[in-house]
Design a protein. Structure first.
Length: 161
């Protein structure tokens, strides 16, 4: 990704893009700083009304999958596949940890055994669910199946959802 390529795709003259971005890494950093905070804020707002760790877990899954359905996951997926400079990768990891913190906290409060391993495995389930949604699978069907898998993995019954 270069400013020239972005300019061409956007129909802008090359010098116009260079007024804002000196290199491709600057563009990628801007994408990171735009995409993650908005998704993290949406998660935080939804989690504020969730009561207890089981409901927080359900809310986290539901909102994460809704955001994927709305396209919020696409920039992160594209960035994960890109060759990013170290500074961009560090920021991407930091924002991802911030995004995953409520999920990890709910799992911990539920007394999930082997917390880090379980969180990593369930993170894979969420990634696969997001991929299914982005490939056209039904948001409702994927959400319900994902919730069933997550609840079973941590031994939590449905919370009336």
């Amino acid at each position: 990704m270069t400013p020239a390529a972005v300019g061409a795709a956007a129909g802008l003259a090359r010098p116009s893009v260079y007024q804002y971005f000196s290199c491709g890494a600057d563009i990628l950093a801007a994408v990171i700083e735009d995409a993650f905070p908005r998704a993290n804020e949406a998660l935080q707002i939804a989690l504020e009304s969730a009561n207890g760790p089981a409901e927080q877990l359900d809310t986290y899954v539901r909102v994460s999958l809704r955001l994927a359905h709305e396209g919020a996951h696409r920039p992160a997926a594209a960035l994960a596949a890109a060759q990013l400079p170290d500074a961009c990768m560090a920021r991407l990891r930091e924002l991802h940890r911030e995004q995953a913190a409520p999920f990890l906290r709910a799992l911990k409060e539920l007394g999930t055994p082997e917390l880090q391993l379980t969180a990593q495995l369930l993170g894979g389930v969420l990634e696969a669910a997001m991929g299914a949604i982005e490939s056209g699978a039904s948001l409702a069907a994927v959400t319900e199946r994902t919730l069933t898998l997550v609840r079973a993995a941590v031994g939590v019954a449905a919370e009336g959802h």
